[in-house]
Design a protein around this ligand. Structure first.
Ligand SMILES: [Zn+2]
Length: 386
């Protein structure tokens, strides 16, 4: 048994309520308790946070890269390590590195790298998100249309080879290139099947939700919009209670007014959660990078192809939380849940992540009262200090 440690000297937000003058006690990578500081037992090693507050670590279900690495360009364990470490600096304690539409060979290499990374327990690595290639060319965004294609049996088998190997695995599909039966097989295997990059109808989206689809990928972006006679995938995401939806909260991908309308109208129990959709430049001063052989430019908080098409986001988790709280005006607690409890629920991880409860993984962030980063802890180990 490792010695118990306790964080003191900071307020604690456990995901539901605040604890003042309390200590967050953890041992063996798990949270033991939140208890009054005066009731700490003698053998506990204390870490004085020196102000600010503790909150559940951020969970990002859509991360294409970071620290100069794009998963598509470096589908290796080393690449996954770099991406996870880059995002830990911004409070992310669990993430799904995301492969954008690519060849079958690159997808297979990524799956193999993911399996090795999980076997090696890479800090922060929860599993993979395969975003394509079974999408709709009509809503391709920055995905290479030449690589978009229907899902075949070999694709299903490759994905099913990951069954039970990750904490979570997410697969973004478009009904245009994936049957409801295929979606149901993937959902039954425990994967988070998500509708995205699709021009499909509200009715089709409802059928896929009934077949086990659980989420919608980056709400509003690359999907049929909410029209008054054609509610589309946006209408489905907001109206169908079982669906959860990711949202890129940079103020560039979605207008703040549309974000606010969506957040106020979402029918539960499914929730809207923050994703970064971050690319390789996060945590670096790179001004351009390459995706499927095409140059992507970084300028004024945007990443774009030469024709101006948005190609992922130039934002990190803590900046997204700040945007939701400060620009959209959501309560701090709700902004924090959108980055922790809600993605944990969407990925079926809420039994052990997304809140600071006894028995949960000791994944947390220490922040200043002004929402600045202080430190990041994964499984009770400090992985980043400002
Ligand atoms: Zn996308």
């Amino acid at each position: 048994m490792s010695t118990a440690k306790a964080i003191t000297g900071a307020r604690i937000f456990d995901g539901a309520s605040w604890h003042e003058d309390a200590a967050l006690v953890f041992a063996g990578g798990k949270i033991e308790a939140i208890r009054p500081r005066t009731e700490l037992s003698a053998g506990v090693e204390t870490v004085d946070a020196g102000g600010g507050f503790v909150a559940p670590g951020f969970i990002d279900l859509q991360v294409n890269g970071g620290g100069g690495v794009l998963l598509n360009e470096e589908p290796t364990v080393a690449g996954l390590v770099r991406i996870c470490a880059a995002h830990a600096k911004f409070g992310t304690t669990g993430l799904l590195p995301t492969l954008i539409t690519d060849t079958f060979e690159i997808t297979a290499r990524t799956v193999e790298a993911g399996r090795q990374a999980k076997a090696q327990d890479v800090p922060g690595f929860l599993g993979l998100h395969l975003e394509g290639p079974h999408l709709s060319v009509a809503r391709k965004g920055a995905h290479d249309p030449k690589l978009i294609r229907p899902m075949e049996e070999k694709d299903v088998e490759l994905m099913l080879s990951c069954k039970g190997r990750f904490d979570a695995m997410m697969i973004t599909i478009a009904p245009e290139n994936v049957t409801t039966a295929q979606a149901a097989r993937l959902a039954e295997a425990g994967f988070v099947v998500s509708l995205g990059h699709t021009d499909t109808t509200y009715e089709a989206a409802r059928d896929y939700a009934a077949a086990g689809v659980r989420t919608v990928t980056h709400l509003f972006n690359a999907m049929s919009p909410l029209g008054h006679r054609q509610p589309g995938v946006v209408g489905a995401a907001l109206d169908i209670g079982s669906l959860h939806a990711g949202l890129i909260a940079d103020g560039v991908h979605v207008h703040p007014v549309a974000m606010g309308v969506a957040l106020r109208s979402k029918t539960g129990p499914g929730r809207i959660f923050i994703v970064t959709d971050a690319m390789s430049p996060i945590g670096t001063d790179m001004t351009s990078f390459t995706l499927n052989g095409r140059e992507i430019l970084r300028r004024d908080g945007r990443l774009t192809l030469a024709d101006g098409t948005l190609a992922g986001a130039d934002i990190d988790m803590i900046s997204s939380v700040r945007f939701v709280h400060e620009t959209l005006g959501l309560p701090l607690e709700e902004a924090l849940r959108m980055a922790s409890a809600y993605p944990a629920e969407a990925a079926r991880l809420s039994g052990r992540k997304g809140a600071l409860k006894p028995g949960h993984d000791a994944d947390f962030v220490l922040l200043t009262d002004g929402l600045g980063m202080k430190s990041t802890w994964i499984g009770g180990t400090k992985v980043h200090q400002e």
